[in-house]
Write a protein that binds this ligand. Structure first.
Ligand code: ADP
Ligand code: 5GP
Length: 401
């Protein structure tokens, strides 16, 4: 590890209060929180494609290099920081586009505390700030061969702009028609175990002798695309998601009979005889759990496919004429190259410090509303609202008239 920036040490002697953004120099900035100063910026030595984080502990006079988790922001030409609460710091990147300018460095959230215990090291975690909220994901479970994939395909075909599929990871071999990255991310067991250990999975389970799991990223990319996420996972996975912070709708699909299930599984022709028998044996327990565990909000009986599809659409509120929810159209300018941030209640005011080279010297002011944040590391922090100061003042004027 390299030396911590020396100039911060001088600044630290001055004894600033909690949350003070000490100084930005050479692309770094620092935030004081209790006895600790978080120095954020430049490139991380271990992964140079992300922003570095180091901590100065004033009680010991030592520098700490924490384990950095979450999706990491790429380095930029300078950044600003403001303490949002005792558990997270908001970082804004100079000269970035609206979809990359707000990042959260979690220093004491529940996730960070949990990971500290597991890893036995100091931990911080990055989470990207995103505008708005996606609709609740839909979890679909049921025994192998019941028709989950068929129903999901029908839904995605009829509403391509509304739904996106969470592409799971699996250690099983691909079937003839399956494409890597589309149907599954096919992965070696040891590599998947390592990713699970690194906290990259929302849930995972051993199903019919193979490992299957939903990565945090698989769900987030669908929401980033403005779509509602559909997860096709087994009952154990559904239980884990139920226990997680992800709010979802849980649907269990039942076959009309075990005989019909066997017929469908064999007719699909994708499994060996041994695998078919294993899946049928597991089906009994899955159906029992599906019906009695209290995990599921809705039961569907897939006897007649068209009828079942109609019921699925009804419980998703799609039985009327539906159009995709409009994407937010309010335009926000790029963040100024050099800016300062100030926190006023639940709003962050971003002010350009200097006019950009070759541009008229307009003072760009942007408001970040952080009153309704949801989620966080290892996924995105959602619910940010971003607008220009002008549109904020226009809104206030509208209220007063
Ligand atoms: P799952 O994803 O639950 O394992 P699939 O969607 O692959 O199941 O369906 C298994 C087989 O059953 C497929 O060949 C599919 O065409 C067929 N199938 C699905 N639903 C029905 C239904 N209601 N009636 C008859 N066959 C069906
Ligand atoms: P298949 O091998 O037929 O594609 O899937 C077998 C079983 O694994 C199905 O019940 C399916 O729902 C489940 N499954 C697929 N992806 C995941 C996942 O990411 N997590 C969990 N827990 N189960 C999954």
């Amino acid at each position: 590890m390299g030396e911590a920036p020396a100039f911060f040490v001088d600044e630290l002697q001055k004894g600033y209060g909690n949350g003070f953004d000490i100084k930005s120099k050479g692309g770094e900035t620092a935030i004081l929180l209790g006895n600790r100063t978080y120095v954020i910026g430049g490139a991380c030595e271990e992964s140079p494609l992300s922003i570095g984080v180091q901590i100065f502990d004033q009680s010991t006079g030592e520098w700490i290099y924490p384990t950095v988790l979450g999706t990491k922001p790429k380095p930029c030409k300078g950044l600003s920081a403001v303490l949002l609460s005792e558990d997270r710091i908001l970082i804004t990147k100079n000269g970035s586009t609206p979809d990359d300018f707000a990042w959260f460095l979690e220093v004491d959230t529940q996730y960070v505390r949990q990971q500290k215990k597991i890893l036995g090291t100091d931990v911080v975690a990055w989470s990207k700030g995103v505008r708005g909220y996606p609709e609740k994901p839909v979890v679909i479970s049921g025994p192998s061969g019941v028709g989950k994939g068929t129903l999901i395909s029908m839904l995605m075909k009829e509403y391509p702009s509304m739904f996106g599929f969470s592409v799971s990871h699996t250690t099983r071999a691909p079937r003839a028609m399956e494409k890597d990255g589309v149907h599954y991310h096919f992965i070696e067991r040891s590599a998947m175990e390592k990713e699970i250990e690194d906290g990259k999975f929302l849930e995972f389970a051993s199903v019919h002798g193979n490992l299957y799991g939903t990565s945090v990223e698989a769900v987030e990319v669908v929401a980033d695309d403005g779509k509602r996420c559909i997860l096709d996972i087994d009952v154990q996975g559904a239980r884990s998601v139920r226990a997680s912070s992800l709010e979802a709708i849980f649907i269990f699909v039942c076959p009309p009979s075990m005989e019909e299930l066997e017929k469908r599984l064999r007719a699909r022709g994708t499994e060996t005889e041994e695998q078919v028998l294993k899946r049928l044996r597991n089906a009994k327990a899955e159906i029992e759990q599906g019906q009695s565990s209290g995990i599921f909000d809705h039961m569907l009986y897939n006897d007649n496919l068209e009828e079942c599809y109609k019921s699925l659409k009804k419980l998703l509120g799609l039985d009327g004429t539906v159009t995709a929810p409009p994407k937010s159209s309010s335009k926000v300018v790029d963040l100024p190259m050099d800016h300062s941030v100030a926190k006023i209640d639940h709003r962050i005011i971003i002010n350009s410090k200097t006019p950009e080279l070759g541009k008229a010297s307009t003072n760009i002011r942007i408001v970040l509303d952080v009153s309704s944040l949801k989620g966080g590391a290892p996924g995105r922090t959602r619910g940010l609202d971003i607008y220009t100061m002008d549109s904020f003042l226009d809104g206030l004027a509208g209220i007063n008239h």
